[in-house]
Design a protein around this ligand. Sequence first.
Ligand SMILES: C[S@@+](CC[C@H](N)C(=O)[O-])C[C@H]1O[C@@H](n2cnc3c(N)ncnc32)[C@H](O)[C@@H]1O
Length: 256
Amino acid sequence: MIQTQPLQPGQVAFVGAGPGDPELLTLKALRALAQADVVIHDRLVSDAVLALSNPEAELLDAGKTGFGPAMKQDDINALIVTHARAGARVVRLKSGDPGVFGRLDEEIDALDARGIDWRIVPGITSATAAVAGLGQSMTRRGRNSGVRLMTGHDVQGYADHDWRALARPGEVAAIYMGKRAARFLQGRLMMHGADPATPVTLVENASRADERRIATTLAALPAVLAAEAVDGPAVILLGLAPRAAATLRLNRQEVS
Ligand SMILES: C[S@@+](CC[C@H](N)C(=O)[O-])C[C@H]1O[C@@H](n2cnc3c(N)ncnc32)[C@H](O)[C@@H]1O
């Protein structure tokens, strides 16, 4: 079996913690966690994953909330640099995959600027875990030949996208950080011709014991979000319904 070189003193591993279920960690992630002297983690990393760290490791919370960081990005960069320069084996643990809406490049740039060695250990992103929970696939022959990973908001506010393309029948998109942007997203999509009956499923706490799936339509999305208290991290899956519901809908169409 190919095995990565152990993490060396002064090196940093950007590790994907996956969506929460510790069994979704990769073996590389597990090894890096076991070797770490310092684990600098995001707020969304589950306790069950953190518990797999080296028991001697120092665990540091660099948590951020959806809108605006709780700890400034520059401070997080400085924290990683300080520990690597002190000779620690540093794991920078990010929820899901570190390269998906994880501000990974900013942290890499900070390390490159100081000549600090780093590596990336990919993880399972929340969208794929959420889609798996629906019993669906991200892409399907004859339905969608591509899929988009989108953010509901960016540094400017609500994020702009190619709404015309997204409004086409059969499109599938996984929208991260989309709860607050739901009304905006719905408005833009319907303005560009999306079918109000387009299936939309919100998956909260994907892969965790308290995973919740709320199946709705584009037309009803903002009202459903307002009615349900969705406090945990959630992905909005545009164009996908849970498999059972999809089968039911198809059956109904065949009967009528
Ligand atoms: C800053 S992004 C980080 C994404 C992460 N790097 C990934 O690959 O999943 C945070 C967003 O990821 C999504 N997210 C993270 N964990 C999740 C989970 N377990 N279930 C559903 N959505 C999740 C939510 O949309 C949340 O607002």
